[in-house]
Ligand binder design. Sequence first.
Ligand code: GAR
Length: 187
Amino acid sequence: MKHIAIFASGQGTNAQAIIEYFKDHPSITVSLVLTNKPGAGVLQIAHHYKIISAIVSKKALEDEPTMSRLLDALEIDFIVLAGFLQKAPAFLLHKFSRQIVNIHPALLPKFGGKGMYGIKVHEAVLGNHETETGITIHYVNEQYDEGEIILQQRIAIEKTDTPHTLATKVQVLEHEWYPKTIEQVLA
Ligand code: GAR
């Protein structure tokens, strides 16, 4: 069995899609939901699916012995970032070399980087008069949103689109593609 940890800071709709997808999977299971936000919606999702959750401070996240103890105890092989607002520390990138992936709600390398999160991304896309947007799933490296791209999916932007309609359309793509891309990467 491959054991996945999902790191998320927000609502957790991607976490939910991933948990659902792997619920009865023969070789992949979600074993941990980790957040840095005590009130994050993703915690309720973990509770609902009876998945172990952990709330970690920035200090704990950056403490190698603490994180190694937690991840080793649950035999975590692979880390999925799903709206996680903190940078993965260098020791995690080493320990999980090419075993950490992220999703971004735009077509990287455009509209990425620090602070580019959620609705801000869609506002920037529309503000730049783009004709298309989409999702990017990529490996994680030391820089925000800069690791090797695994998959992109595109959608056309309509004249009537707003940041909120784009967010909804992009979220549909995320939920469809993130789980199966993780499955392919782990195969
Ligand atoms: C997702 O749209 C994800 O692409 C984005 O955060 C959202 C989390 O939503 N990530 C980034 O913007 C990373 N820079 P969720 O909590 O409902 O899964």
